[in-house]
Write a protein that binds this ligand. Structure first.
Ligand SMILES: [Zn+2]
Length: 255
């Protein structure tokens, strides 16, 4: 048995990228056993590849990062500012948030966005429904009831982001949509038989003929890996709260 001190020396399994540190995780995308440092490195450099291979940005462009305070946009804000610095993209980055005016819903997440503003040194613009449309989502719900207000939310949120982007005079808006979100949208559009949307929804850049082009640097990024990457910047408290929430809804389990 182990611990006896005799017999052959056990060879320690090492990270299959650096071969120097113990592996800390199995990468969902490639199933490689790697250390945390190498994971952050390959995760970020893959997004750099996606940005370069798809010509997402031009030097000197002003780019708004759609920031909801959720994990995807929080990681996106970090990765965008990090890659912009590391690879000298020459981009002017901004955080853009929408405040729908839903009591108790946005408060926490807006706090996260404000923290990102300080952490990454990115200017933040918050556009509120109250300022843009003259009413809050709370007031809408009071008028029409809870029923169907998510339809309003989708349309108004989209418009609010466009208006915010116009106010910031940015050239593009990046969003944190990941590979899982896109797969879900594909399925929905198949079920709805919406052929036009089906062909559009997988593009990495959309709305080039509209007021503001949108791009998705996380198009090929797995949701699970985004969750893993959050540990790079989240405080232990934030991470625990997130893991707890995911365990509660059954999105994270032992695999
Ligand atoms: Zn390593």
């Amino acid at each position: 048995m182990e611990g006896g001190g005799g017999g052959e020396k056990r060879t320690m399994k090492m990270c299959c990228i650096c071969n120097q540190r113990r592996p800390a995780l199995k990468r969902p995308k490639t199933l490689q056993q790697i250390c945390r440092e190498c994971f952050y490195e390959v995760f970020e450099e893959e997004i750099h590849r996606v940005i370069i291979d798809n010509n997402l940005f031009k030097r000197g462009e002003r780019i708004a990062i759609g920031a909801s305070g959720g994990k995807d946009s929080t990681v996106l804000a970090y990765v965008m500012s990090e890659l912009n610095r590391r690879h000298n993209y020459g981009l002017d980055l901004f955080l853009l948030s929408v405040d729908e005016g839903i009591t108790g819903y946005r408060d926490d997440s807006l706090e996260t966005v404000k923290r990102n503003e300080i952490q990454y040194g990115l200017p933040l613009k918050v556009v509120s429904y109250k300022d843009l449309y003259g009413w809050t989502m709370d007031e809408i719900v009071k008028m029409i009831g809870l029923k169907n207000n998510c339809t309003f939310c989708g349309v108004f949120r989209r418009q609010a982001l466009d208006r915010g982007a116009a106010l910031l005079k940015v050239d593009k808006l990046v969003t944190g949509h990941n590979a899982d979100d896109i797969a879900e949208t594909v399925l929905l559009n198949i079920l709805r038989g919406d052929i036009a949307r089906l062909s559009r929804c997988t593009s990495i850049i959309t709305g080039e003929d509209g007021p503001i082009p949108r791009c998705k640097p996380f198009k090929y990024t797995y949701e699970k890996e985004i969750v893993m990457h959050t540990s790079r910047n989240w405080t232990t408290f934030q991470l625990n709260a997130y893991i707890h929430r995911m365990l509660t809804v059954g999105l994270l389990g032992s695999s």
